[in-house]
Ligand binder design. Sequence first.
Ligand code: ZN
Length: 497
Amino acid sequence: MSFRVLTALFGHESNSFSRLPTRRQNFADYLLAFGDDIPAALAGARIEPAGVEEAAQRHGWELVRSVAAWATPSGPVARDAWDAAVDAILETARSQGPFDGALINLHGAMATEMDPDGEGALLEALRAVIGPDVPVAITLDLHANVTDRMMRHADIVCAYRTYPHVDQVATARRAADVLQRTMAGEVKPRCVHARRPMLTGLDHGRTTTDNAMTRLLARATEIEQTDHGVLLVSIQAGFWPADLDQAGPTVCVTGDGDDPRFGQIAEAFMDEAWATRHEDSNTYLSADETVAALRASLARGSGRGPIVVADYSDNPGSGAYGDSTFLLKALLDAGIQNACLGTLCDPAAAATLVAAGEGAQVALEIGGRIDPRFGPPLPVQGTVTRVTDGVYVAQGPRWKGVTHRLGPTAVLKVGGIEIVVVSNRVQLTEIEAFTQAGIDPRERDVVVVKSMQHFRAAFEPIARAVLICDAGALSGNDLSRLPFTRLRRPIFPLELD
Ligand SMILES: [Zn+2]
């Protein structure tokens, strides 16, 4: 028997404290496709819809595609973007049903200008169309904030198990397999969840070291394999710059039927998350400490590959502006040589540099345009060494096969640093972000990336060392700066120790 399955991808991680609303055009700049145009738009892209398509083939589903939409994290989703994606999902649900199941790929930390719980609103609206009996499976980012409202409307919950996230396809496949068993009548999934008064924890979800997250993930796999009533254990580290009552880490256990042990498993996992809440495997350096560490390392002579410096607090992947100049200024003042930095998002500066053309000597201000508190505009003088259209296909494991569009792009060489100035905000996760601009990061002594953790997937293999710099931009670790109004209080780490 062939099951008819409604599918969608609508993913956004919204930083409540960003001044930049996320509009339809921001999705169009990254990924926005509808209906049967989706397979062509995602050809070769190793993200969730690829796992859904593969599962559909394997299980013989009739797949009904509605939308595939993803944008770089930024401020809450604006009405035009919400309407574009949600109207497509609901209209498809209304006009092309009935369905045997739904498989919806979400991030799980979307806020909109209308509702701080975007996914809760979406799933509630979808339920109103398809009714209470159609099983709904959702996939989530490992940094999802999971709300009670989301859980009222989802039967099957399955999050990534890697950070850097490199298991998008596998995650969709795991959710699809449980949905298949559900539609076939083998299991009746119900999902329970647990949380604690914590906004951060689980070592931010990192899976590149031995920590609470990797220990719990190993236990989750073991329970899934040995307890046949447990269909999926899903661990979310949460997303902290979200002014949402229920933000923070959660554990979801999708079990077959009702059994108190499913809730007990979720609670036991969260007990461990609470007990280990202070664990943080990173050493965070200030901009000045970063310069000192670089000088010490460079003085020991060149090693194999560059020292990769993460400009952690200006990571567009968590909604920062990608135009902070704190770290860049410190590196320029220190006279660091044979270095590159990517990417600094400043459309106005990019336009000036592109217009000046390759070889031009230019004096201008770069960065700091959106909120100068997080790194003000920096006056610089340099040479335009390359102009590009900023388009490349990601080859690294994070976004393999996805086309990134940085928009009009110029490389400005200031002192010993080549700065990749771009027009669209994209987290620097891919070596191709540099090579498309004529820079081979393997040949540099210092490579600065505006990323927190995802850069590790592609850059650790070429790096001789990694430094993490929290220079004080929007996504820095000082959460006390963020003016929360909806978050439940008291909460760790703001009040509770
Ligand atoms: Zn994430």
